[in-house]
Design a protein around this ligand. Structure first.
Ligand code: FPP
Ligand code: MG
Length: 336
């Protein structure tokens, strides 16, 4: 049995407890009010179709099952999380000038930036409509806060991109805002809908946040280690877009006391900003290896995943909790 088969089996077991609930989430996503404008129908269909992993709904549902029950309000909340996620990607592809997403041409590549932004706005409006039907002001507040955080994270990222002096504070602020806040909202809303005591809601929220940071660190790592084919986007895409992520920050720090090495790395990174990254990949990877940056990045992600697991030790042992813990382990080992 290959390592890949083992990973595939693991992820199936993680999805298993909420398999039928996820089918309901898919149905809810397909049932959003269809646009009347033909081009919007096409772009929304393109954005929502295909083999999305429904990772955020999975998180919502597992957190719901682990902390109580899964009712239709949990299903709808999971759908809201996915709609927000896809909307942010449509905006993000415009910001990043991305041509490929999940191996498919992006909406901006097919129909242009304006259609991508407006399709994202349409999905956000649909998320708001769903949320309004739940009659729960706290959920509205949780997801509105996520939207604010997402914008802040992106602005922080733009503000610090192409900057070799990017600080860890900025890196974590960006990661929490743009990734961990939605993870955290998925888990917090599960606790709210299950009427948990406030300390337990906060523990679920913390779980989501720490897990989200771990997930983002692995995302950063995959920019260096995964193949373009697996990722469905070009290699070193983040670095090419000026993002100084965990592996390179760790390497720059490791060469702090070796000014020549640090200079070589800085020059190479600057070249990636302007030249074909594929031709520079090997040289960059050699320097990262010398700095031990890949295992150190993984260790950092594992540390956050462990913090996440310890936040939810209070939950009773159920298949949902087991899957939730499994998800934090899988996220570290994933290859795309
Ligand atoms: C993907 O990151 C992007 C995000 C997780 C967040 C994007 C957020 C915005 C564009 C803010 C405003 C949007 C809305 C709808 C409020 P990435 O570029 O690191 O990952 P990728 O490799 O998947 O593109
Ligand atoms: Mg992007």
């Amino acid at each position: 049995m290959t390592v890949n088969t083992l990973l595939a089996m693991d992820i199936d077991a993680i999805y298993e407890p909420v398999q039928t609930d996820l089918v309901r989430v898919r149905e809810s996503l397909l049932a959003i009010v269809p646009p009347e404008t033909a081009l919007l129908v096409e772009s929304v269909h393109h954005a929502m179709g295909g083999e999305g992993k429904l990772f955020r709904p999975l998180l919502c549902l597992l957190a719901s099952g682990a902390s109580g029950q899964i009712e239709s309000s949990h299903i709808e909340t999971a759908a809201v999380a996915e709609l927000i996620h896809v909307a942010t990607l449509l905006h993000d592809d415009v910001l990043d000038d991305a041509g490929l997403r999940r191996g498919k041409a992006t909406i901006r590549a097919l129909w242009g930036n304006k259609i991508s932004i407006l399709s994202g706005d349409y999905l956000l409006a649909q998320a708001s409509l769903k949320l309004s039907k739940l009659n729960n002001c706290r959920l509205v507040s949780i997801f509105a806060t996520v939207l604010s955080n997402l914008c802040e994270g992106e602005v922080e990222q733009i503000h610090t991109s192409y900057n070799l002096k990017t600080s860890w504070d900025s890196y974590f602020k960006k990661s929490i805002c743009k990734t961990a806040s939605l993870f955290s909202a998925c888990c917090e809303s599960a606790g709210v809908l299950n009427h948990l005591p406030e300390t337990e809601i906060q523990a679920l929220k913390l779980f989501g946040e720490q897990f989200g940071i771990a997930f983002q660190i692995v995302d950063d790592l995959l920019d260096y280690t995964a193949s373009a084919e697996k990722l469905g986007k070009p290699v070193l895409d983040d670095l090419k877009n000026g993002l100084l992520n965990a592996p390179v920050l760790i390497a720059l720090e490791a060469f702090e006391a070796q000014p020549e090495k640090r200079q070589t790395l800085e020059t190479l990174v600057e070249k990636v900003f302007t030249e074909d990254p594929e031709s520079l990949q090997q040289a960059l990877f050699a320097l990262l290896e010398e700095a031990d940056a890949i295992p150190k990045t993984l260790a950092m992600a594992e540390d956050y995943a462990e913090k996440a697991r310890s936040a939810i030790r209070f939950l009773p042992p159920t298949p949902y909790l087991k899957a939730l813990e499994g998800l934090t382990r899988y996220a570290i080992r994933r290859e795309y």
